[in-house]
Every structure is written in structure tokens, then in C-alpha cells.
Design a protein around this ligand. Structure first.
Ligand code: GLU
Length: 308
């Protein structure tokens, strides 16, 4: 096991190496509120299963976690609905952009996986069916399982996305036509946009996602979030589908299950060892954090610590 000083030294080395390399990504502006973020932010936080914490840069600053939150909605829906969930959404990589409509048409409204937009919208539909007050109960679940009572939605970001989320409207209407959306489309999309608007820091993300490194239990709160077997399934779907049409690249270069969001955040898990979150807002062409991917690749290369 590598000690505290080594991880922090590695973060420092990585960031110095990158200060000489151009940050080639572009900030997401299709959600106007996201376009206001300072593009040069860089935060890293790594927490081990035995409660060691290692930070770098802007690791305590809140940012919009966007699609990283889709892992949490899936976790809650799986707890409620169990394996029947997989009749509504698949577990295969899409090989397509996160907001693509093409596959949905020829696959009859069943999204490839719960982490592309269409799949996450179906998961929100399930939560709307099963919960009396889905927005509140989803937030309560996240607060309780993370042990962070201050986690919240950003109505500014949610409303900003709602106004111009034309593709998400197209996706949900197509799925409604195929019979894979059971509730009012506006109610489901409202939950989806609020889910994506959740804000957390890198440090909070590691605390929230630590259950995936620890067999389904959050070691900080000692709470079981989900069963061991479902932990395995969530990690598998993250490995195969966590980076849209770049999931293969992330597995190839980083070698950890992970999930990214267009806010520039990435969470990655080393089961049994650690959870790491990186935030750098500029995105590559596939919608994943340009620098975030590079930081994680450098980390697993330098420490020789991937799941493979
Ligand atoms: N709210 C974003 C959207 O629906 C999420 C996309 C992402 O983070 O990948 O476009």
C-alpha cells in the first residue's frame, strides 16, 4: 500500500507535467449555466477504503456533477425495482454519443445502458412510478447514503438545461412512443434535469461513491447502500459504459470503472482499494474531461494500480 505522501507527490508531479501541455478541451456551453465555470479549475481527491484522504487543487469546490449522478439514480432504482429494471434498459456499451437518437429508433426505444441520456431518463421514469415525491426522495437517498446532508440540486443549472434540452425532449418522446416511458414526459424530464444539476466537490464525490469500492457499504457512515452483488453489477456497467463512445479508451488507458459528466467531473473506483474524483471543466470531443482522463491515466500508470 502506497503511503499518503506518495499520492500527494504523484498528484503534484502529474499537475506539473500537465502545466506544460495545452489543455485542449472545450467547456460545455450547450447548457448555458455550465459555460460560466472557470475553465482552468483542477481538483483531485482520492480516498482509500481505510479512510486515508489525499487532495490536490480545487478539490473542495462544488461543481455540477451532471451525468456522474446517473450512477446514484441507477443505484436507487435497482434497490427499488431489482432485476426487472434490466427489461427497460440494457447493459451494453452504446458506442454512440451520450445524447444520440439513432440507436433508439432501431432498438425500439430500449436504451443500451443506464448511463447514456436515454437510459438515465428511463431510470428517472422508474423512480417517478415508484416514489411519491421522487425529487425529494432521491436527494434524501443521496444525502443518507453519502452522509453529506448539504448535497443539493442547483435549480439554476436544472432550469438552464430545461430551457434548451431539445435532444433530451426528443429522446423521451421517442421512447414514449415505443411504450418505454410510463409517466408524463415533463414530470420525468424535470427529475432528470434536477438529477444532472446536483453539485458536489471532488472530496464529497469520493465519500458518496466509496460504497462501490467497499462492497456496497459506505465505510464512513457504516451504512449499507446496496448489496454486494449489485455493487458488482454497477461497477461492471461503469467499466463498460461510463464514458459513452470513449468507454473502451478509458478502460484501455486507465483500467478502472468510472463515470464522467459534462461538468468536467470523473469518478473512478478501485474495488477494495480507493475511490478517486477529478474535476477539470474542459471536455474532449466525446464530452469527457480532457485533463481528467489524462490525470487518471497518469495516476494508474505511475502507481501501476488498475484493476487489470
Ligand atoms: N445533463 C446532461 C445532458 O443531458 C448530462 C450529460 C452528461 O453529463 O454527459 O445533456
Amino acid at each position: 500500500m502506497i503511503n499518503k505522501i506518495d499520492y500527494e507527490k504523484i498528484f503534484f508531479e502529474i499537475s506539473s507535467e500537465f502545466s506544460e501541455v495545452d489543455d485542449l478541451g472545450k467547456i460545455a456551453t450547450y447548457i448555458p449555466e455550465l459555460g460560466k465555470v472557470n475553465p482552468s479549475k483542477l481538483g483531485i481527491h482520492l480516498a482509500t477504503v481505510d479512510s486515508q484522504n489525499y487532495s490536490f487543487g480545487d478539490s473542495d469546490e462544488l461543481f455540477s456533477i451532471q451525468s456522474v449522478a446517473k450512477v446514484l439514480s441507477l443505484t436507487l432504482a435497482l434497490k427499488i425495482m431489482g432485476r426487472d429494471l434490466w427489461t427497460r434498459v440494457g447493459v451494453e456499451p452504446s458506442g454512440s454519443p451520450f445524447n444520440s437518437l439513432v440507436q433508439l429508433e432501431y432498438e425500439h426505444g430500449i436504451p443500451r445502458n443506464p448511463f447514456i441520456n436515454a437510459g438515465a431518463i428511463v431510470v428517472c421514469d422508474i423512480l417517478v412510478t415508484c416514489l411519491d415525491n421522487p425529487k425529494k426522495q432521491l436527494l434524501d437517498f443521496i444525502r443518507k447514503s453519502s452522509g453529506i446532508g448539504s448535497v443539493n440540486y442547483s435549480s439554476k443549472i436544472a432550469e438552464s438545461e430545461k430551457k434548451c434540452g431539445y435532444r433530451n425532449h426528443a429522446l423521451i418522446n421517442l421512447m414514449k412512443d415505443f411504450g418505454n416511458i410510463h409517466n408524463d414526459v415533463d414530470v420525468v424530464l424535470d427529475l432528470y434535469f434536477y438529477l444532472c444539476s446536483i453539485e458536489m466537490s471532488c472530496k464529497e464525490l469520493t465519500q458518496t461513491f466509496m460504497f462501490l469500492a467497499y462492497g456496497g457499504v459506505n465505510p464512513i457512515t457504516n451504512q449499507r447502500v446496496i448489496s454486494l452483488s449489485r455493487t458488482k453489477r454497477i461497477n461492471s456497467v461503469m467499466l463498460m459504459c461510463g464514458f459513452y463512445d470513449e468507454a473502451g479508451e478509458f478502460a484501455f488507458k486507465v483500467g478502472l470503472p468510472g463515470k464522467s459528466g459534462v461538468g468536467g467531473g470523473i469518478v473512478a473506483i478501485h474495488p477494495g482499494k480507493f475511490c478517486i474524483a477529478v474535476w477539470s471543466p474542459k471536455l474532449n470531443k466525446k464530452g469527457n474531461s480532457y485533463k481528467g482522463m489524462k490525470v487518471l491515466e497518469a495516476l494508474t500508470s505511475k502507481t501501476k494500480c488498475s484493476i487489470f
